[in-house]
Ligand binder design. Sequence first.
Ligand code: SAH
Length: 479
Amino acid sequence: MRFYPVFMDLNGRRVHVVGGGEVAARKVDLVAAAGAHVVVVAPQLGEELAARRAAGEIEHIGRDFVATDVQGAALVIAASDDEGLHECISVHCQRLGIPVNVVDNTPLCSVITPAMVDRSPIQIAISSGGVAPVLARRLRAWLEATVPSGYGSLAALAARFRDRVKARFASVDERRKFWERILEGPVADLVYAGREEEAATRLDAEIRRPDAGPPAVGDVALVGAGPGDPDLLTFRALRLMQQADVVLYDRLVSAPVLELCRRDAEKHYVGKQRSQHHLTQERINAELIRLARAGKRVVRLKGGDPFIFGRGGEEIGELMDAGIPFQVVPGVTAAAGCAAYAGIPLTHRDHAQSVQFVTGHLRDGTPDLDWPALARARQTVAVYMGLSGLRTLCEQLVDHGRAPDTPAALVQQGTLPEQRVFVGTLATLPDLVVAHTVQAPTLVIIGEVVSLHRQLQWFRPEEKIEAGEPAEVAVARAS
Ligand code: SAH
């Protein structure tokens, strides 16, 4: 080990920063956040430090550095652009035993600053000893993404209950087990969801319980799995998927997303058959309740966003009635995912001021929609479940006044490697789609914004199929 890590208490202590520019300002940000009394030595201050001085946040010595400027400092930071000066500061500090940090010059430092992930009171410091700062920063980015942003609040909650837990469990081993269960369980999730008081109530109840076994009631997370590309999951979705005991998933949850669930979790497919829609939904609701009552941590994984054509509202309604703790995690909905990956902005200053999400699902063979409202110009319509009713949909929009040459696209398996985009107009799209084998799921986008696809497409553009091409050519290109 070349450097020994320590955490330094700077609260109320003097930190002298030499330099008044942007680099110095970054350093000042950090030490000020740690509560230091900051003294900046520099003939002039850049914009940011000048603003801090005006706000009374720093002391400024407005001249060139002199040797006595290091006196009384708990830490000196050299952050000017004068290398000769830096060397002199370093020598001086080291002679007096004052810790010194020189930016971008490890050999002159007696202390180096790590890359940091701040989840106060939890802090993670990463260092490559100055040899590979880019690697340290990458590691930092990875940790930023992986460690929940509420980790600090969780630590604060644990601190609040520490003495009580100590009094409740005599042995170190019992305490460790208790905390492990709490810090990975529903209490932690409540904290991450910003429901800190509920978390405290639940933790309190856990401490009072006579036996320290796993909780009697589990919980349910209704999680949006996004449109298919696993990179589009939220951090929270991923965390819950990796903690789950049981995962109930839909037809639309892609295989790569499912792969990311905890390996040992039981995974149940609960995709619906169209004919038994109602019965199955009731069964799913009952199953969620049964599993949670058995103490399981359940993830109900749904394609896209659970509250957009996902029946999420019905599922949590039942959970609420049954008194089961739950949370809802939003996901990237198909319209947003397909539009982004097809290079079709859903709104645009020149083309569309609004966007409507509608379902094209046929009730008794006819889509049950507000046609005059949908046919209005200068708006985009995104149609979920629109494939089987596509012809009726396009005809109705034209009948209600939308121009037959309004651009329209059908995005198949959006965001996935199999994505294909069929581009035509209200007049041509139905025939174009019939001429090819289209794989579900598909999303239809109607409106002038579709014309931007040609210019803005960026994801697997070779798989685009346009009206006017012979079907065989288009298919050959797509395969
Ligand atoms: N809750 C989901 C929608 C469920 S309805 C969401 O927010 O996205 C199911 C419909 O969503 C499908 O019929 C299809 O129209 C659309 N859909 C979902 N994933 C899709 C994808 N990857 N590509 C295209 N359409 C998709």
